[in-house]
Ligand binder design. Sequence first.
Ligand SMILES: [Fe+2]
Length: 205
Amino acid sequence: MYELKPLPFDKELDGISTKTNEIHHGKLYKGYVDKANEIGDELGKLRNEIIAGTAPGGNTTYSKLRALKLGETFAVNGVYLHEWFFGALGGDGDYKKAPELAAAISEKWGSAENFQKYFGECAMAARGWTVLAWDLHEKRLKQYNGDTHDHAVWGCIPIIALDVYEHAYFIDHGSDRKAYIAVFWKNLNWEVLEEYYKKAKVIDF
Ligand SMILES: [Fe+2]
């Protein structure tokens, strides 16, 4: 079962309103949790029927199995990405609170400011998500974009996940995504990001 994780903050964020958070977390993220569970239940039933030979199997044009499998990756990634996103909000934006991560970022991009500039432009180029990830294959930080929840590179652990779907900012900033990206940096909790980074980089793959 996928469970709804509460927001890690209870205050109005600077530039991200309570209304946005209530809708984004309480309705949209919750919707992915509920659908992930519903799809899991349906797949469980269908799996048993397929094994028993009482239901048709897969078909690439249409089959119930295909429809559920497409929905599964969309919903489950929707759950996980939102948990990375919300889980790192509620901070003060001070990257010095993540010394190891900031050092790794500076090593790759020259400085934290350079990284934020580049990441922000990647966020302008994405239709869904922009992610700083630890690549388990390469053992280094990589930046990836995804137009939907299920555009992802396998074997990568998100560190910073920025939701750039319009629902994340339209109430507060209209179509001004750059303004939303600016407030995202202000509200990032770099202590949490440092933990994500430390946990990811010791994985021996
Ligand atoms: Fe979202």
